[in-house]
Design a protein around this ligand. Sequence first.
Ligand SMILES: C[S@@+](CC[C@H](N)C(=O)[O-])C[C@H]1O[C@@H](n2cnc3c(N)ncnc32)[C@H](O)[C@@H]1O
Length: 457
Amino acid sequence: MNELKKNRVFETEVLDLSHEGYGVVKIGGFPLFVENALPGETIEVRVTKIGKSYGYGRLEKIIIPSEFRKNNIDLDYLRTGIADFGHMTYEAQLRFKQKQVVEVLHKIAPKEEFSVLPIIAAPEATKYRNKAQVPVRAINGQLETGFFRKNSHQLIPITDFYIQNPEIDQLIAFIRDELRKLGSANKIAYDEEKRRGWLRNIVIRRAHHTGEMMLVLVVTSPQFPFDKTEFLSVLTENFDTLKSIQLNINTSNGSYIFGKKWEILFGQATIEDTMLGKKFQISAPAFYQVNTAQAEKLYQTAYDFAELKKTDHIVDAYSGIGTIGLCVADQVSQVYGMEVISEAVENAKINANLNNLHNINYVTGTAEHVMAAWLADGISPDVIFVDPPRKGLDEQFIEAATQMNARTLIYISCNPATFARDVVRLKTKGYELKLTQPVDLFPQTHHIEVVGQFIKH
Ligand SMILES: C[S@@+](CC[C@H](N)C(=O)[O-])C[C@H]1O[C@@H](n2cnc3c(N)ncnc32)[C@H](O)[C@@H]1O
């Protein structure tokens, strides 16, 4: 058999799909990851990289296609990761995500029987995102907006972002076209290598139910390299839904999008949306679920699992702008919440007032520290909601939370691997996973959201 070497081409069958959407093939037992290849397909693959235990290959030709292949997908969506599942039918995406959740739980706790409910599909499989974060760069002297190629900082120009609300795409293209008229691309667009230029990123949020939009220009200096007033009036005249335009000054060379300094150029610091009938003000640095319609189903699942009572005290841990606690504050006795981003906590407090809810206590701090302090203060909730970032729960948080004796803990997770790890940790502390509900919050991408119901035994 042909020996595995870089640039060699092999005909082979695709055996599996990695969780990030790469087809997996084996050449003489050695695994290669191949973009745009689906399980069951026979393909020709060119070896592009050989590492210690795995490598990468480039799809040269599909000899026998999968019945689950969606044709005519723009491959830039796969190359950038905007839609790394975009080459699969939506049904196949859902089936794969369901299988992933079942497998990851089984792997971590092989002896347990878990009841995983069928994944909740999204009503809109495209154009659902309420937020965009796009880099601005000069390519051959022309200012471009788009997305970076996966694992690189090479910009691929994109106009139709496929999974974003089209009004967001229109605003990005409009800004790009205006900027092209206003000066040299090399002066306006940021250049990471030379560390010069002005505009690094355009960040846009669009409230799903109200249509209000927020624009943040992430720049290296508060000085505009062109006439600011003229630019702002053109924007607001053409987009009457724009309620907030802000500058964020980021002079670092790190990968954080936002720097510490903010300046409001037009309107307010927040936009307003509704979720499950409650009003929410959202500031630029605060977390807000990017698929609002589907997030409402996610939260509703969490509440159904919680079986709340009017006398309940609840904790909304990792609370962001308070969405999870505030949507049910009028169905319970008391809500406690904590979150590390102070602007988001300010939003949560204002949001409580906006909705006439006064049985709330939201504080700024890390969940692990605040929970330990609340335990020491004798706070004893009936239900604890947790919605941590991808890294999951901190051990110290689990320690404190499980000593509070809540009857139920509801875990909303955006990472099945850390969720499964925490299932085991919570079990050793007396909380048993009873129900697991995957929810497809991010169609066309490999991301999976899960709600878990844990009951104290
Ligand atoms: C997945 S988001 C959930 C936000 C909110 N529950 C919602 O549904 O919009 C996770 C939140 O945890 C916050 N966070 C990250 N690490 C934290 C920590 N150690 N303690 C408290 N909050 C944290 C993030 O800022 C973010 O707002």
